[in-house]
Ligand binder design. Sequence first.
Ligand code: 0X9
Ligand code: ZN
Length: 759
Amino acid sequence: MGTIGRGARLSALLACAGWVTGIAGAQFEGYKVVRVSPASPRDVLAASAVSAGLWSERAGPGPFEVYVSPEGLEALAGTGVRFEVLVDDLQTLLDEERRANQAAKAARDSSFFDSYHNYADLIAYYQQLVTDFPALASIEVIGQSLEGRPMYAATITGPGDPSGRPMVYFNACQHAREWASPSTLAFIVDELLRNYGTDARVTEILDHVVLRAVPVVNPDGYEYTQVPANRLWRKNRRNNGDGTFGVDLNRNWDAFWGGDGSSGSTNSETYRGTAPFSEPETQVIRDDLLAHPSSVAHIDWHTYSQLILYPWGYADVPPPEPDRTFFDLFSRELADTIFAVHGVSYTPQQSIDLYAAAGTATDWAYSVGRKSWTIELRPSSGGAGGFILPPEQIRPTGQENYAAALRFLEVFIDGLYLGMPGGAPTEIINGAGRDFTVRIIGSSATLEPGSAALVFRTDFGADDVTVPLAPLTDISFSASLPALSPGRTINYHVEARTTAGNTVRFPSAGEISAAYLEESVITLDTCEINAGWTIGAPGDTATTGQWGLMDPEPTAAQPGDDHTPAPGVNCWVTDGRAGSQVGSFDVDGGATTLTSPRLDASLAGAWYSGGPTIAYHRWYSNDAGAAPNSDSMPVLLSNDDGATWTQIEDVSENTGAWTARAVVISDLMTPTDAMRLRFVARDLGSGSIVEAGVDDVSLAIRGVHYHPADLNHDTFTDATDFFAYLDLFVADDPGADLDADGDRDASDFFLYLDLFVTP
Ligand code: 0X9
Ligand code: ZN
């Protein structure tokens, strides 16, 4: 190799170093806003060419402002154009704005959501919001309750003509005692209004949809639950004329009225009234919703039990397709959206799976063509809280449902729902491509045939690539991500058009990022012969069903085959003999423990960006017998040869199949050369059938090989690595002796350069 080649490489490196410094730090750190005073059109062009962007609305003639990077400023000085610096550090200006904004937001009196409020105070709060945000919100009286209280609806939408915008209809508090319902709806409305104009997503949403919110459907009942009357009142305040009061408004709608789960007895909590829509409160909401034909979707907010319920609820009848699939997929997505905020689980299900209830608002709204849900808020059904949600949970409940409401509004803007039932791929292993399924369902619009596409951009390609999705059914499509080599990343989204010409994308903003990784299996134990596993641990008392290595015999509770593909036959199993009945050789009388041999997870990590992973296949069954589901199987991991153990999972699910599990060791503990894996099958209660199996246990590394010149292992081989090597070299560090000849000399240096420039 000649000297010239080396020189060229070195200057490339130094150029690279300059670039790296240039982008370091906050986005506009060191940038300045300058006023340019051009003397000629040439000056305008020269100044524009070196600036990062226009600050004023237009460039020249006459003075104008631009913002420039530190390098741009030097270049500007070099052009000879006259200028003065207006803002010394643009980043400081931006930071200050953000700080001031946040301080102003924090300073607003948000104590309203510290506690619950009576009807008058709640409505006054809505009215104050309308005063504070007159361009976005209005409120009107839509009717009267039985006792003559005004009923209200608030309308929230961005400025401009709302007539072409779809409407989403929310109502709270059909049931008087369910105070978390009106508080949550008020929180959602409040948050939308305060975030319009500062939060791009909220602004985009409110500019394209109208939210109509009824703060309280049952004001008479709500007032009656305020101290000192009856806090636990549910119905309205109808005098039934026989000494009893109240109709359950959520049994009074004209949807299968009079059917299961509603009562004809006036004293019942679910008294349906004398006829469908016998009550003024349900009439008022019916008329208001029908007066808005643009309303496409509806949520009836209740508490409690943390449920996302969709039609039908009167009987075990599924909604027609594609609605059923849409309700199912979107309800699951809403639950995930809620969970992501505070980690609280809401269960999506068809209403009938809770219990039958005829004459409900959600069934009625769906029957008149609106996609409709009943959302049951906190607390969960497990605790003691019931209808009483502590006031300190008003905000968190509001926050998680605000997140769901945003997604809800978004999905009904364009009327197409895009979802990925198997999830969006984010890791692609060993260079293969990946096919995944996309569901596209008209929530209130129609898909333009042929318009569905995957749009991706690779980390090395400059342009977006658009690939049409292959239709599988009317609502199912197949998308394919290309095969790329490990280390690459791809950013993608899926989009489709409605027949009205609107484009809908998933995710609604931003891109999904997928990493191409390689996986290297260090050890795979197919459990055909015993590779050093041990059975038994102190405390084991199982009298039957101890772990053993064998070819299992099928029973209702036990696999008939191991997991390893043929010619594999054996696996670890809690006595794999079938016997005369399902309970013959299951685990009885306590625990039986299976412990793996030592696994060395310490190696190879130095060459990979990812960490070592332990994977296993397990079978677990505990749903047969007299006392099903009373046991569980802890799976434990040790990195000190079994001295201490950390639980990976406590298996209680009965999948009735071999189930794969993988854990990145560093998520739990430091990988060492003394890892052990342990399965504790146990029968603690009596009468329950416990069977378990373990097979195909592997230790693998998933990630990307570090480039040998990537000294700081950040997966980029860049100037930082080059200078790191220079530091080692100058310090005469043994690590700089790349040719291992005992000294650090020019040949080591050029060896590093060669590594550095080799892709
Ligand atoms: O029973 C109701 O009206 C609702 N539950 S609550 O505890 N808030 O009263 C649930 C209605 C959901 N619909 C069906 N289960 N059909
Ligand atoms: Zn309710």
